[in-house]
Design a protein around this ligand. Structure first.
Ligand code: F6P
Length: 549
């Protein structure tokens, strides 16, 4: 689809917007008792209710036309067939192979990758079973009690998010910790509570060159060696990387190096050996169930008609709001405390993928691309930023996520949680009209003058869009499906925006400049070649680094 085609589609969709501006959702619900049936879809047990969006059948049809015209189905096939759709890095995009449960070969560059994928999974199982059972012990002969994963970005956010989400499947005697920040406070505060004799480190880095990770790994190694001696390092370190020689050079034993491949993007790597700390925390079988849940979503994405396809529907709604209505952010609001890092995880998945401003052929895009993704678990968010979502000047499309069944039997918590999530999407959709506010204030006995001055503050515009994802329970399978759902949503949007969702050149400049600035921060070279702001900030740093006089 040519650039003019996409622009024309967005213009055409603008006509649907004009029509829908006069039909608030409140009215649409009143007129159509079947709106929920019309605008909800399922993938297995997972329900997507998208009826509380500014849509009707015509608008949705136009969005599906856009997806077809943009070549979504063809692009999906190209991805599955191992074509190098990551053009700027000349790589295939095959994270789906990591969780594939079928028995067909999955060729990448002429080679079936499944035997290697399964061999690494088998190695993960053997190693994690042995650590969990105490068969593999520490240098001091003790059973490991704490696992510290050292990684950043895709080598941290996925496993950290999943470990929190699957807390009911963890063991109290084997705790997982995640260290990512180069800020020494992170590793310091993590290690200060740990016993070197029972601590296992996983150094997770696709490249094994990332400065934050290598710095933290060096400090962890020093901490261990100072207490147990250098000879303890091999028993206390494992590594996950595509760069096997660098892991070996760090001193990690060959049978404790778990590989993956360049066709797995960092932010899509939670399914690879990057999931090692998950398997340690919840056991291999639950990790495996997480993979099969993702595969179930892959099969849905690959086979369901676009009109019933959850990731496609969610992707198109995102495009609708970003390009036709001009909404620039998207909130992810899990009513599931254990998904407290889900929005942070999705920030990398979405914003590193689609935060691009050139097309696949390197031309400037003529439309907005990836939204700003943010969010926190409900109900906490209700007491923080929901005010703006309900009554602020910006419209924030939101995804609500909630389980029908909690893991703990603690009435009335879950009923209250569910009541709140339902209330929020209803309130956003309905709003509260002036007449309703006036009637309410009258009923409270306020006089005319008081009503007049208070009413404007109590009106809710409503017509604010949201999706609700409802699932039976947050199991490993369901979590896998949810993560894969968002991956395919991001893919769908990347195809429509015609960007490369699989590179991340935008993170490079800061890395280069940080390297160049280090000697100036350390005071071994001057900063004359920098701008006056950077020089001023460096001067402040040097004047104050010794601490208060
Ligand atoms: O932030 C840039 C990035 O390259 C991410 O894409 C990646 O997940 C992260 O750094 C960590 O990279 P690595 O796994 O190679 O250490």
């Amino acid at each position: 689809m040519a650039k003019s085609g996409r622009k024309a589609s967005f213009t055409d969709l603008g006509k649907h917007r004009k029509r829908l501006e006069t039909q608030p959702m409140r009215l649409q619900f009143a007129e159509d008792p079947n709106r929920f049936e019309r605008f909800s879809a399922r993938a297995g047990d997972l329900l997507l209710d998208y009826s509380k969006n500014r849509i009707d059948e015509e608008a949705m049809a136009a969005l599906f036309d856009l997806a077809r015209a943009a070549g979504l189905e063809e692009r999906r096939t190209q991805m599955c067939e191992g074509e190098h759709i990551n053009l700027t890095e000349n790589r295939a995009v095959m994270h789906m192979a990591l969780r594939y449960q079928g028995d067909r070969p999955v060729p990448v560059d002429g080679k079936d990758v499944m035997p290697d994928v399964r061999a690494v999974l088998a190695a993960i199982k053997t190693y994690t079973d042995a650590i969990r059972s105490g068969e593999i012990r520490s240098h001091t002969g003790e059973q490991f009690t704490d696992v510290v994963n050292i990684g950043i970005g895709g080598s941290d956010l996925g496993p950290a998010m999943v470990t929190l989400a699957l807390e009911p499947y963890t063991r109290p005697d084997l705790r997982a910790h995640y260290v990512s920040n180069v800020d020494g406070a992170h590793i310091h505060d993590t290690l200060k509570r740990l016993n070197p004799g029972t601590t296992l480190f996983i150094v997770a880095s696709k490249t094994f060159t990332t400065d934050e990770t290598m710095t933290n790994a060096g400090s962890a190694r020093k901490w261990l060696a100072e207490s147990l001696g250098e000879e303890a390092v091999p028993s206390h370190f494992a590594a996950v990387s595509t760069n096997i020689p660098a892991c070996a050079a760090f001193g990690i034993q060959e049978d404790r190096i778990f590989g993956f491949w360049d066709w797995v993007g960092g932010r899509y790597s939670v399914w690879s050996a990057i999931g090692l700390p998950i398997a340690l925390a919840v056991g291999y079988d639950h990790f495996s169930a997480f993979l099969s849940g993702a595969d179930a979503m892959d099969q849905h994405f690959l086979s369901a008609p676009l009109e019933k396809n959850l990731p496609v529907i969610m992707g198109l709604l995102g495009v609708w709001y970003r390009n036709v209505w001009g909404f620039s952010t998207h909130a992810v609001l899990p009513y599931d405390q254990r998904l407290s890092r889900f929005a942070a995880y999705l920030q990398q998945q979405d914003m590193e993928s689609n935060g691009k401003s050139v097309t696949l052929s390197g031309k400037p895009v003529a439309w907005s691309t990836g939204p700003i993704v943010w969010g926190e678990p409900g109900t906490n968010g209700q007491h923080a930023f929901y005010q703006l979502i309900h009554q602020g000047t910006d419209v924030v499309p939101a995804d609500f996520l909630v389980a029908a069944r909690p893991h703990e039997s603690m009435p009335p918590h879950h009923a209250k949680l569910v009541a709140n999530v339902l209330a929020q999407s209803e309130a956003l959709m309905l709003g509260k009209t002036e007449e309703e506010v006036v009637a309410e204030l009258k009923a409270q006995g306020l006089d005319k003058k008081a009503i007049k001055s208070l009413a404007p503050h109590k009106i809710f515009p409503g017509n604010r869009p949201s999706n609700t994802l409802f699932y039976p329970q947050l199991t490993p399978e369901m979590l896998g499906s949810l993560v894969a759902l968002y991956e395919h949503k991001v893919f769908t949007q990347g195809v429509i925006w015609n960007v490369n969702s699989y590179d991340q050149w935008g993170v490079e400049l800061g890395k280069q400049l940080a390297k160049a600035l280090l000697s100036k921060v350390e005071g071994t070279s001057g900063a004359e070649d920098h701008d006056s702001s950077t020089r001023g900030l460096l001067a402040y740093f040097h004047a104050n680094k010794g601490g208060p006089a």
